[in-house]
Design a protein around this ligand. Structure first.
Ligand SMILES: Cc1cc2nc3c(=O)[nH]c(=O)nc-3n(C[C@H](O)[C@H](O)[C@H](O)COP(=O)(O)OP(=O)(O)OC[C@H]3O[C@@H](n4cnc5c(N)ncnc54)[C@H](O)[C@@H]3O)c2cc1C
Length: 401
């Protein structure tokens, strides 16, 4: 199947196209936007003119985080000082932590090196209030992990890219069609147009070596595809299996290596009466992290859903509706249709140790390259990381090929 973890399908009950999970993208995903431009689907990504993140915080209600067109870092300082999301103490906490974000251009020796997000927050003496109102939901969305587990270095680097580059980088990007219509479909057309061939339903079983070089890719049905170079663009657990056994393995791909993963629960809920007047709202201190208004329905996302992924569909829908009623009022009805998607292996869990052990694109086999959101891109496991890793691997393959 094309699309992998960023794909869409038609819901049989309603005929609506839905994603395997709502994806949150930002304008700072420059490689992703350039990729969409190159394959002709950029017009299906709507970018906010001015960055606006809407949150709902119990006790405060709706609170906006609005970034204006100022030079960096003034745009961020102004947003923190003017957002009603924070108390006075929390504002000074965030600004103090912001100094580390400014210094976090590099992940290897920046202020978060070797630490979890929780350890970094302790070091920066962040209050409980600002942790639950800001850092915990932000880490869940960006790292798909809990603060006690996620790598602070990668988290700070991602914040640096989103909030301390150009002021517009923090603008949200809303997919205006299913993810497969935006990425996989147009990419497949572009490949075919340039004379490439795509085979679906054709799992790779082995990479056949001869004299230190991969000569053939062997498929499940017994077919053998001769090759000059191979870019292994599968998830980490599959790459461990497919890596040629006799070759020196890169870090993270040792035999028997079981990559720690983090789940995401997504729900698509159809209500008779619309109740959202914003595109997206981040929920603070609730089970649901984000809720998105779609054309025909509402999509909710629960990241780092370790404790929830095994719950029943009924339980999960009940929790989501409870949260929606808390935020949008008691007139939120019962959904007439619900689709629950549990992605147990949504992303790798980038702990400080896993972050340190991500392999680059090159391997010990001169014509084998690695790509994927789990490889060493300097970014969390995101679409942007996946696109960047693909570009890096393709560039190397072309150079060496
Ligand atoms: C529910 C959910 C929500 C997400 N939300 C966001 C978000 O808001 N923002 C964001 O930036 N990112 C998000 N992500 C992460 C994002 O989807 C991934 O980072 C990205 O899609 C990874 O792309 P990839 O190419 O590295 O891997 P994949 O998309 O996993 O692609 C790997 C491909 O390899 C194929 N494959 C596996 N084994 C074989 C084999 N043996 N032979 C041939 N092919 C094989 C698979 O079928 C698959 O198509 C989310 C992911 C999920 C699951």
């Amino acid at each position: 199947m094309l699309g992998g973890r960023a794909s869409s399908f038609t819901d049989t009950a309603t005929g609506d196209v839905v994603d395997n999970g709502q994806h949150l993208l930002i304008a700072g995903y420059t490689r992703t936007l350039a990729f969409a431009e190159a394959i002709g689907s950029r017009h299906l990504l709507r970018v906010q003119k001015h960055p606006l993140l809407s949150f709902y915080r119990p006790g405060k209600g709706f609170a906006d985080f609005r970034i204006r067109g100022l030079p960096s870092p003034l745009h961020l300082i102004q947003a923190v000082l003017t957002s009603s999301l924070f108390t006075g103490r929390e504002r000074s906490d965030v600004l103090r932590a912001g100094v580390d974000i400014l210094r976090a251009a590099h992940t290897d020796h920046g202020p978060g090196a070797g630490k979890t997000v929780a350890e970094w927050l302790d070091q920066r003496r962040q209050s409980d209030g600002v942790r639950s109102a800001f850092w915990i939901p932000l880490a869940a969305s960006i790292m798909n992990e809990r603060i006690e587990t996620a790598s602070a270095a990668l988290f700070l680097h991602a914040l640096h890219a989103a909030f301390l580059g150009h002021w517009h980088h923090a603008a949200l990007v809303f997919p205006e069609a299913g993810l497969s219509q935006i990425f996989a479909g147009p990419a497949a057309e572009a490949i075919a147009h340039r004379g490439g061939m795509i085979r679906c339903n054709a799992d790779v079983r082995t990479l056949e070596m001869d004299g230190g070089t991969i000569r053939n890719v062997c498929l499940r049905d017994g077919a053998t595809v001769p090759c000059r170079s191979v870019i292994l663009a599968v998830p980490q657990n599959r790459a461990v299996e497919l890596y040629p056994p006799a070759s020196v393995r890169p870090p993270g791909l040792e035999e028997g290596q079981v990559a720690r993963v983090s789940p995401i629960v997504s729900m698509h809920l159809w209500f008779d009466d619309p109740f959202m007047d914003r595109d997206a709202v981040g929920l603070i201190g609730r089970t649901v992290h984000w809720v998105f208004r779609k054309n025909t329905h509402v999509s909710v996302v629960i990241s780092a859903a370790h404790d929830l992924v095994e719950r029943t569909q009924e339980e999960l829908v009940r929790l989501a509706v409870e949260d929606l009623r808390e935020v949008f009022g008691r007139n939120v009805g019962q959904p007439r249709h619900a689709l629950v998607i549990r992605e147990k292996r949504a992303t790798v869990s980038l702990t400080p140790e896993n972050a340190r052990r991500r392999p680059g694109a090159a391997t010990a086999v001169h014509n084998l390259f690695l790509a994927g959101d789990w490889t060493n891109t300097g970014l969390p496991a995101t679409i942007e990381g996946a696109v960047l890793s693909g570009e890096n691997a393709a560039e190397l393959a072309l150079k060496r090929g």
